[in-house]
Design a protein around this ligand. Sequence first.
Ligand code: GDG
Length: 470
Amino acid sequence: MSRLVVISNRVAPIREGKVAAGGLAVGIHDALRQNGGIWFGWSGEVNNLPEVKSEQVGNINYVTLSLNKQDYDQYYRGFSNATLWPIFHYRIDLARYSREEYYGYRRVNAMLVEKLKPLLRPDDIIWVHDYHLIPFAEACRAQGIRNRIGFFLHIPFPAPEILTAIPPHNELLKTLCYYDLIGFQTETDRLAFQDYITREVRGVIERDGSLTAYGQNFRAGVYPIGVVPDEIRHLSEAYRARRLTVGRNRAGDLRKTIISVDRLDYSKGLVERFNAYQEFLDRFPEHRRNVEFIQIAPTSRSDVKTYQAIRQQLESEAGHINGRYADLDWTPVHYLNKSHERRVLMGLFHNAEVGFVTPLRDGMNLVAKEYVAAQDPENPGVLVLSRFAGAASELSAALIVNPYDCIGMAEALDRALRMPLAERKDRWETMMQSIRRFDLDAWRDNFLRDLHAFSSRPRASVKAGSAFAS
Ligand code: GDG
């Protein structure tokens, strides 16, 4: 059987068996364990000794390397997180473009391929993850690697009008077409990509559904990422007996909880959410003192400028709301700017009456699915979900909101907190059907099945060094 080789910007720093390991890391570990394989990527270290470290655990080889400062600045902080991330999340206003950073991004992709190449066997299946690594397959082909290679984009794929704001969009998309299979979270993302391919570069949709563009033939499919419902139920039930934070729950006290958990990122709509919560307290005074909002937002990418700004803004919003409404025995907002153990999060989800998940754009949003999977079937809470999360296409039984509509979100909170048990159960059961059907195993198995099935046609050869041709 072919081995699996997973490439991601970061190799999951948390090993299996540790309580904090997230669902996605667990899912990838399971796939690697099936036939053995390699997990390859950046170690997270920045230094001038870019040595490759390898650690064998069972039949999985974890191979990591550090980046030097220039590579880190150009590839990671620069083109990946200051150009691609904002533009793929429709925030052209926050994006910057630097040709040097783009070249650094291409250079690091080629360097990663160079380091991986000696470890590969001819029948390995390669699965590459996310926007940091769009040119990885093209760099593989340029270095003579002929293995099957699939790519999964965890974030949204923007409409062509937005994508074309990236000056080298054409060259970038050309490199993407060197994958055999490109996976997206939703049909909207796949259609946006297909739209670019057919309209912008006159690519063709073949009879068998594959696409041909830039002389390459490849497939694009939809593989919504999911969670592991049993793992979440197990964690949340194990933790529910413990009293959490302020320690109230549906079974006992009157005070109800609204919970949000996000990496501290402008795409997550945190500021709009805080404003909506304030609007809710203004408009529905009967809920004051009877509700509290817990926002957990661990810092991410704290050395990228826009991320520092959002942190300051949120601290001030939380202070403002608490300053205006808090009392000696009531704190309306608990804003926790640090990460928590996974089992604690699942326990908090279980105990909260409302999951408030309102990104401005999100590839999927696993928190939405985790919140639903952590609910008590006999007394489930209500998910309030942004229409701009990929998860909204599956979880239409949530209360769907527009995060730009402050009053609409405030009204949804009021409705969620008043919702009768029968309606809560109906909505929850509908959502759980979808969460079980599109769980993490289905995501991984469907993607790998299609990647195995698709035998690519002979490829046009790519000249080494063509990476920077226009
Ligand atoms: C990208 C895409 C897509 C959060 N805080 C803590 C913690 N978390 C966990 C959550 C959840 C995960 O991190 C976050 O996943 P999301 O899907 O919500 O968002 P991104 O990090 O932006 O992920 C996204 C995803 O990739 C997968 O394809 O859905 O659209 O942007 O699992 O529970 N976990 C722990 N402590 C925390 O404080 N342990």
